[in-house]
Structures are given as structure tokens and as C-alpha cells.
Design a protein around this ligand. Structure first.
Ligand SMILES: *Cc1c(COP(=O)(O)O)cnc(C)c1O
Length: 220
């Protein structure tokens, strides 16, 4: 679907929810997509992208940034601490802050650099054992640790709802948790459900296949 169609669907969802037209940031998730598709979206003037792997991002975005100027890059996948410095070189926002050990190393690195990316705490709203994220009931303590022990500014919360369940209850739970902590950022909603996420208050939607087409796995 052309980017302009996705943009108008975002705008309609915002209007239907009675929210301002600029209340949502559209993050184009370019992971695994062929470079010509990403380039086509850059050519249309879009400058906000997301990747889920540090190494993959490193292989494409420095070159795109040289050609297209300022690109805002969001990390939406898990972050291993041994890739932390690379991630801080590349990304303007990290949506996957999900554990104490990462928060601690992040705090040290941020202090050394004097600049901090936008941070979202990933919440495992479905309590899925195989999925990253802080359990909803552990969020209070983790927020407290981030602010008191590590002085990390938290922009908001992020969730990836279980694939086999209606997503709206998860969006509503995430919105409640954010409101309780006075956080304004809500990173939720993907290709199949971004309109529902916007109705529940999403401020950042992460849309991949609806913009670029189905992901083509790299051949080996
Ligand atoms: C891949 C991915 C997306 C985009 O998924 P689509 O269904 O293609 O829109 C969004 N968020 C995260 C964390 C992802 O890994």
C-alpha cells in the first residue's frame, strides 16, 4: 500500500478518536526489506524508520543517512548489551528497554556520551514466556529503578501483543500503565492493528509490511 494511503488511514483514525492530526509518529519498519523499497519510501520524503536488529541497521542506515540527510531511526527489537554502543551511535530512540542489566549499562553509556536516546520500556502485556519485556506487575519497581538508581528519562511504554489474541485489551492495558506513571509515549500498533492502537492512544505506530509489502527473507 502506498505510504500516502497509510498516512491518510493514520489521520482518519486520529480524527475518529478526536485526537490532533500530529499526535502520532509513523515509524516505517524497514527490517529485512529490499533496499529499493526503502529507498522508494525515502524518495517520498519519509524520514522516520525502525529496525529490529542493530547489525542490520548498521549495514544500511549510515549510507542512507549520507544520501538523504537526517533520518530518525528507532530500535524496536531486543538490544544485547554488547551492541549497546553501536546502538547508541545509530538510533535516536530505543523501544526495547526491558531489563535491569540493560538499564544500568545504558545509564553509564548515556552519562559518558552526554546524550540520551528516547527510551521506551517494553512491557510484556501478554506475559508470554518467550517474549521480552517487563511484566505488567513489575513495571512499578522497574520505573522506580530507572529513575532513582539510573536517572534515565523514560519517554513511554512499548508492547507487542500476543499474535493470537485480540490486541485491543493489550493496547488499553499499556495505555493505563502509561497514564499511571505519567508517561506520554505509547509505542503500539503494527500493520494489522494500528487504527485500533490509535483509538487507544498510541503516539508511535510501527508499520512494516503495510508500507513496504511482505517481507522477503534474505536468501542464503
Ligand atoms: C516487524 C515489527 C513491526 C512491523 O510489523 P508489520 O506487521 O510488518 O507492520 C513492528 N514492531 C516490531 C517490534 C517489529 O519487530
Amino acid at each position: 500500500m502506498p505510504l500516502s494511503d497509510i498516512r491518510s488511514r493514520v489521520e482518519s483514525a486520529l480524527a475518529a478518536a478526536g485526537r490532533p492530526a500530529d499526535a502520532v509518529k509513523l515509524i516505517a519498519i524497514s527490517k529485512v526489506q529490499p533496499l529499493d523499497r526503502v529507498e522508494a519510501v525515502l524518495e517520498q520524503g519519509h524520514r522516520v524508520f525502525g529496525e529490529n536488529r542493530v547489525q542490520e541497521a548498521e549495514s544500511k542506515w549510515p549510507a542512507f543517512r549520507e544520501r538523504y540527510g537526517d533520518v530518525e531511526l528507532h530500535l524496536v527489537g531486543p538490544l544485547q548489551t554488547n551492541k549497546l554502543n553501536k546502538a547508541l551511535d545509530l538510533f535516536d530512540a530505543i523501544h526495547s528497554l526491558d531489563r535491569d542489566s540493560l538499564a544500568k549499562k545504558l545509564a553509564n553509556a548515556v552519562q559518558a556520551r552526554g546524550i540520551c536516546p528516547q527510551l521506551f520500556i517494553q512491557v510484556n502485556t501478554g506475559r508470554e514466556p518467550q517474549k521480552a519485556g517487563i511484566a505488567p506487575e513489575a513495571l512499578d519497581d522497574f520505573m522506580e529503578t530507572c529513575s532513582t538508581s539510573y536517572a534515565l528519562p523514560i519517554e513511554g511504554l512499548m508492547a507487542i501483543p500476543p499474535a493470537d489474541e485480540p490486541t485491543e485489551p493489550h493496547f488499553r492495558l499499556l495505555a493505563e500503565l502509561a497514564a499511571r506513571h505519567g508517561l506520554k509515549g505509547l509505542s503500539m500498533g503494527m500493520s494489522g492493528d494500528f487504527e485500533a492502537a490509535i483509538a487507544c492512544g498510541a503516539t508511535h505506530v510501527r508499520i512494516g509490511s503495510a508500507i513496504f509489502g511482505e517481507r522477503i527473507p534474505p536468501s542464503r
